[in-house]
Write a protein that binds this ligand. Structure first.
Ligand code: ACO
Length: 308
């Protein structure tokens, strides 16, 4: 017999209504949301590292200020998402512990190095561009707190995407050396950005169930395609080449044909063996340990306030 509330849950999903924290929900729905939202939050936090790497070296004061603001936004997104996950009955300490102990994942993309200033442009254009394509549909996800958090996050991501695009545009219309640097960054970030969308649909463990629950609105491959179709005209305006000799418009199918990213590499990076996985985790653990006194002081202050 279905538990009380199960019928209501199914009706809400069918009617495109939101599931809220106090509503009954299947355990597996709760679990998959905690997994996805936590991974998403961890990605925002780890994602601060590759860009933070360039704050002190951004070419002008104005660009430093913009990059600093962007990295702060990522921290905000992380905290916002941890708060959304907490509505599902897990607390932030547990989530952070699962990140630093390696029991929960974060996006593969942040395990690649940022070698030049142009990488900051490529991250904004491609990585944040991919994030937007993936996250705009999440604004319509069936879980209310996650959907609402995504609205603000997507607005900020759009700003991030534009600042990256502007960096690349400036470089690609600068000296020959600057243009080559921009092209090199795009060459290195293109395939890892395609891989951000996850394994191909046939190998995606969670897609079918997550789509039935309307957590995911499009499959990994559908979003990847949307991203490619979006990037092609933008690359033309940038006057930069996407590093795929097979990329072409398929008029019959009404979409671009493109070369798939190396999914074996994606799996290797997800399992911890990408170019920067160890460095990212070591840095995160160190920052967490170094911040222990702040957490302790904040807790002591809150306790004192409550007592007063
Ligand atoms: N990096 C790391 N892990 C990944 C990636 C990736 N790019 N893509 C898929 N995976 C993992 C999944 O988490 C899953 O592992 P798990 O079962 O241990 O959790 C496994 O690979 C199989 O993938 P799917 O079944 O397709 O997983 P899912 O349905 O969760 O889809 C996706 C993956 C599309 C990333 C989804 O979780 C999602 O939309 N998440 C929210 C967006 C997000 O996290 N963005 C972070 C990067 S963007 C940014 O922060 C700027």
């Amino acid at each position: 017999e279905a538990p009380t509330g199960a019928l209501h849950f199914d009706e809400l999903i069918a009617a495109e209504q939101k599931i809220e924290p106090r509503d009954w929900m299947p355990d597996a729905y709760r679990k998959t949301l905690i997994r996805q939202i936590a991974q998403h939050a961890h990605s925002e936090i780890i994602g601060m590292q590759p860009e933070g790497n360039w704050i002190s070296r951004a070419p002008t004061l104005k660009r430093k200020a913009i990059l600093l603001a962007k990295v702060q936004d990522e921290a905000g997104h992380g905290l916002y998402l941890y708060a959304a996950a907490e509505t599902l009955g897990i607390n932030r300490d547990e989530l952070v512990e699962m990140l630093v102990s390696g029991r929960q994942k974060y996006s593969s993309i942040f395990n690649y190095p940022t070698l030049t200033w142009a990488d900051i442009g490529a991250i904004g254009w491609l990585v944040d561009g991919a994030a937007i394509v993936n996250q705009v549909p999440l604004c319509r996800c069936s879980y209310g707190p996650y959907a609402r958090a995504m609205i603000r996050i997507c607005k900020e991501e759009s700003f991030h995407q534009r600042q990256g695009y502007e960096i690349l545009y400036t470089l690609s219309h600068g000296t020959a050396g600057q243009k080559a640097m921009a092209q090199d960054a795009v060459d290195r970030w293109w395939y890892p950005s395609l891989a951000m969308f996850g394994p191909p649909d046939g190998d995606s463990t969670h897609s079918e169930q997550s789509m039935a629950w309307k957590i995911k609105r499009f499959s990994n491959d559908d979003l990847r395609q949307k991203f490619v179709d979006m990037c092609v005209p933008q690359a033309e305006i940038l006057d930069l080449k996407l590093p795929d000799p097979d990329l072409h418009w398929n008029a019959e199918e009404g979409r671009h044909h493109y070369t798939q990213p190396d999914y074996t590499e994606l799996m290797r990076v997800i399992k911890g063996d990408g170019p920067c996985n160890r460095q990212r985790m070591a840095h995160r653990r160190r920052a967490h340990d170094d911040g222990a006194w702040v957490r302790e002081a904040a807790a002591a202050y809150a306790k004192k306030k409550a007592a007063a």
